[in-house]
Design a protein around this ligand. Structure first.
Ligand SMILES: Nc1nc2c(ncn2[C@@H]2O[C@H](COP(=O)(O)OP(=O)(O)OP(=O)(O)O)[C@@H](O)[C@H]2O)c(=O)[nH]1
Ligand SMILES: [Mg+2]
Length: 366
């Protein structure tokens, strides 16, 4: 007989150890008869927004992902469009093993609405190819707001040709939110079935939802990409830096030797160059603070955690970039956002971000 599984996170149900995944007290289990069972961890996330960590190691994820390559399936790879590179699965091709991949950018609701979707899709195609993946198609959606779900569903039906569909992606990109949206639309569910939370690592095992007698759509646990800011801040900070609605760009005119603090999580030092505009794209609630470069270290030492907040669990590391004249670029801090600059002349900037968080320069998105 198949193991009984939690409908919220996919973990195998057990009553022996409450510190492990899938725990349901024996009494509760005995009284639940044939109903769908939900584990204690999912119950608490749903009702109290409280998470007790269950450790899954990277091997578990890799084992799950390798299973996909063994089957003939359509893979829907979900990325967080606000943190495209940070939510990319490295070595994705090895896992999909030739199966077609539909690339879906989620959380499109948080990007400035002025950004054209066609431009964004084109950019996603280009970025995916640069990382060695040629998707059969790309799409954009907001799983939580509902935009684009119909289009993504149509594409899934077009490309799956009767096969199973695996929804994969890094932790926290919104895979389970998407599955819930599908269930509401097409299975007439009124409530969220699969557990969703603000914390990475919510789904613990695969969750199969049948399309018909022979095929299913499968939610999977997120892959951990350690370059993401989410793994370097505590939960309150994560809530603060995760945009919940459209981000409003904020432009600062900086002179040489000025510093812009992005909360206490990152800082941009404008070291060498003439007057230039720096436009910040990140969650609206994170404070931005401008100061003299010569005062920046002292300010951070004295005010990290109050004026400058949130802060990271690890210390900041400095990365220096030389930017060319007249090339509009984004200085990206994975998971926090980016700063767009169009230098009038050659300029030098230094970006400080928590050790381990990916920091890089890309062609401007907007
Ligand atoms: N703004 C916005 N937030 C979203 C969207 N979709 C999901 N979220 C939020 O993103 C967070 C993670 O969502 P989940 O659906 O649990 O993500 P997941 O990919 O299943 O995560 P794991 O199970 O940890 O791999 C939650 O706080 C969601 O509310 C979206 O379209 N827009
Ligand atoms: Mg999930």
């Amino acid at each position: 007989m198949d193991d009984l599984r939690c409908i919220g996170c996919g973990a195998v149900i057990q009553s022996e150890d409450q510190t492990l995944a899938g725990f349901v007290p024996a009494k509760v289990l005995a009284s639940s008869k044939d109903e769908a069972v939900i584990c204690r961890r999912c119950f608490r996330i749903k009702h109290y927004n409280e998470l007790n960590d269950v450790e899954l190691n990277d091997d578990d994820f890799l084992r799950l992902l390798h299973g996909i390559g063994d089957r003939d399936a359509l893979v829907v790879m979900v990325v967080d469009i606000f943190d495209f590179n940070g939510s990319w699965i490295n070595g994705i091709n090895r896992f999909v093993n030739g199966n077609p991949v539909l690339l879906v950018g989620n959380k499109v609701d948080v990007l400035p609405h002025s950004l054209k979707q066609s431009k964004l899709k084109h950019w996603m195609q280009k970025e995916a190819r640069a990382m060695g993946l040629v998707p059969v198609d790309v799409a954009l959606m907001s799983a939580s707001k509902g935009n684009g779900i119909d289009e993504v569903t149509d594409l899934i039906h077009e490309y799956r040709e009767g096969r199973n569909v695996y929804v994969i992606g890094c932790t926290n990109v919104g895979k389970s939110t998407f599955i819930n949206a599908l269930l509401k639309r097409f299975a007439n569910e009124t409530k969220d079935i699969v557990t969703v939370s603000n914390y990475p690592g919510t789904t613990l095992d695969i969750i199969e939802i049948p399309f018909d007698e022979t095929s299913a759509i499968i939610d999977t646990p997120g892959v951990i990409n350690r370059d993401q800011m989410a793994h370097h801040v505590d939960r309150d900070a994560l809530m603060l830096i995760s945009p919940k609605k459209e981000i409003k760009a904020k432009t600062y005119q900086l002179h040489q030797e000025q510093t812009l603090f992005l909360g206490g999580l990152a800082r941009v030092d404008y070291r060498v160059g003439g007057k230039n505009n720096f436009t910040v794209y990140m969650a609206n609630d994170v404070n931005i603070h401008r100061t003299k470069l010569s005062r920046a270290d002292e300010l951070f030492e004295q005010h990290a955690g109050e004026l400058l907040q949130p802060v990271a669990k690890s210390r900041l590391m400095r990365h220096e970039f030389h930017l060319r004249a007249n090339e509009k670029v984004d200085l990206v801090i994975s998971g926090l956002g980016w700063v767009t600059v169009l230098p009038m002349t050659k300029i030098t900037v230094a970006l400080h971000a928590p050790i381990g968080v990916a920091v890089f320069v890309r062609e401007a998105l907007i």
